[in-house]
Design a binder for this molecule. Structure first.
Ligand code: AR6
Length: 177
């Protein structure tokens, strides 16, 4: 499902972040060492190959709310933007750190002239951030930052479950009608 917003395109899909063929930069819900792991990081590292962890080593460790960019290697994308979300109940202030993640990823995508960016629901898996609260922060931040950007034209939210995709669709419907 997709929407137009101030000349930009927003989309919500249910699927795998490692299979977004038409997207320039996919976002990794990374760990501080930019190594492989479970969830999103596991899927992206598996599909990209060992070069992704090797490329990450130059940037590691990163702090919560920080984002760095690497090539995407065997993934069908140009780049991976790795963002470390906050661990809920541990990295504070959680809301601000999660907002930073979306903001910094978008600005980095802009700097690197990426036309399209696909986000997973950062911090809502192993890091335990409550899904609905994370959804509101993600959507509000994208609505705030995206219209300011010149190069980034298209943001896709990729959710693993249909229930989560429905929640995102509802949130965007509510904002855009
Ligand atoms: N595609 C899209 N979404 C996915 C996928 C996938 N292939 N796999 C899981 N999700 P998580 P975090 C959803 O744990 O909370 C890793 O081990 C998942 O259902 O990937 O930021 C890293 O190495 C959830 O809704 O990210 C870090 O140590 C969301 O993506 C740590 O986990 C995020 O889940 C990062 O934890």
């Amino acid at each position: 499902m997709s929407w137009e917003y101030k000349g930009k395109k927003l989309e919500v899909v249910q699927g795998d972040i490692a299979s977004q063929r038409d997207i320039d930069a996919v976002v990794n819900a990374a760990n501080a060492q930019l190594e492989t792991g479970g969830g999103v990081a596991g899927a992206l590292h598996r599909a990209a190959g060992p070069e992704l962890a090797e490329a990450g080593r130059k940037h590691a460790p990163i702090n919560p709310g920080e984002a760095v960019i690497t090539p995407a290697f065997q993934l069908p994308n140009s780049n991976v933007i790795h963002c470390l979300g906050p661990v809920y109940g541990q990295d504070t202030p959680e809301d601000e750190l999660l907002k930073n993640c979306y903001e910094k990823t978008l600005y980095l995508g802009e700097k690197e002239k990426q036309k399209s960016i696909a986000f997973p629901a950062i911090s809502t898996g192993a890091f335990g951030f409550p899904f609905e609260k994370a959804l509101d922060l993600a959507v509000d931040t994208v609505f705030e930052v995206l219209p300011e950007l010149e190069h980034v034209e298209f943001v896709r939210f990729v959710l693993f479950s249909s229930k989560e995709a429905e929640a995102y669709k509802k949130a965007l419907e509510k904002k855009l009608g």
